[in-house]
Design a binder for this molecule. Structure first.
Ligand SMILES: Nc1ncnc2c1ncn2[C@@H]1O[C@H](COP(=O)(O)OP(=O)(O)OP(=O)(O)O)[C@@H](O)[C@H]1O
Length: 250
């Protein structure tokens, strides 16, 4: 099941008018791999996810999904956003099944169980905490059993403790459900906690593509974890430093 590539970007470029956001990206993601994408604000992380979701078209190059060129919406992917985007007029279970036909309810209930909210199926979203809403958003993103889960800074608005709980939950569901995960995050520690590989984007290019060979579940107090996180953070800060110098000399 985990053989082959889930996703390939071949020379992918994206311009918005005169502005080149992505300048030729070559990336390969294996089936079932967990990838984190980091980089300073505005470097093109969300644009990359939108291209993979098929919500935007590349200006150049191509994206292959399970070996086939992507044309239009990527039906094998689902996206989870920072703001859960639940519909306030639908109860939790109906939010999870929104847009689905056929027998989705048993999988939705199993997912609610797995995210620890089985007893809230008939509640309105308004009575849930921010963390609980994100659990529902995660269940909704997975109900259709996507091959690829796109996570666009999904934990960015959560407090530190809730965030750690959600990281564990995402990792647990990734292990159980076998999808490829692409996580955009500002948090290098989160990237090292979850990912098999961390990719750093600078000015529309991949400048670091680093394997994280640490056993799971990872422990923040392990020396290998801290030293890898520090090493990557250092590299991100070099990028930040370069950008600041450029701005000063502009
Ligand atoms: N539809 C669009 N039209 C024009 N410019 C856009 C569009 N979408 C994104 N951009 C520009 O492309 C650049 C990259 O945006 P993107 O949202 O991908 O960055 P990001 O790395 O995800 O940033 P952040 O971490 O702040 O979310 C930004 O300068 C943004 O203004």
């Amino acid at each position: 099941m985990k053989n082959g590539n889930s996703l390939e970007l071949q020379g992918v470029r994206k311009d918005f008018g005169e502005f080149e956001v992505l300048k030729g990206m070559d990336l390969t993601f294996k089936k079932g791999e967990f990838i984190a994408i980091v980089g300073k604000s505005g470097c093109g992380k969300s644009t990359l996810l939108r291209l993979v979701a098929g919500l935007e078209k590349p200006t150049g190059g191509q994206i292959l999904v399970n070996g086939k060129p992507l044309n239009g919406l990527n039906k094998s992917s689902r996206t989870m956003f920072q703001d859960g985007r639940l519909f306030p007029w639908k109860k939790i279970l109906q939010n999870i099944g929104v847009g689905l036909k056929g027998d989705w309810k048993s999988n939705a209930m199993e997912l609610l169980e797995q995210v620890g909210l089985a007893d809230r199926a008939n509640d309105w979203p308004s009575v849930l905490s921010g963390g609980q809403k994100q659990r529902v958003a995660l269940a909704r993103a997975l109900v259709n059993q996507p091959d690829i889960l796109l996570l666009d800074e999904p934990l960015g608005a959560l407090d530190a403790l809730t965030r750690i709980g959600m990281q564990r939950l995402i990792e647990e569901l990734w292990r159980k459900r076998d999808f490829t995960a692409l996580l955009v995050t500002h948090d290098v520690e989160e990237a090292v906690m979850l990912a098999d590989r961390v990719i750093l984007i600078e000015e529309g290019k991949v400048v670091m593509n680093k394997e994280i060979n640490l056993p799971r579940p990872r422990k923040k107090d392990s020396i290998q974890y801290s030293s890898l996180a520090a090493q990557i953070l250092d590299r991100v800060m070099q990028v930040e430093g370069k950008m600041e110098k450029k701005a000063i000399h502009a």
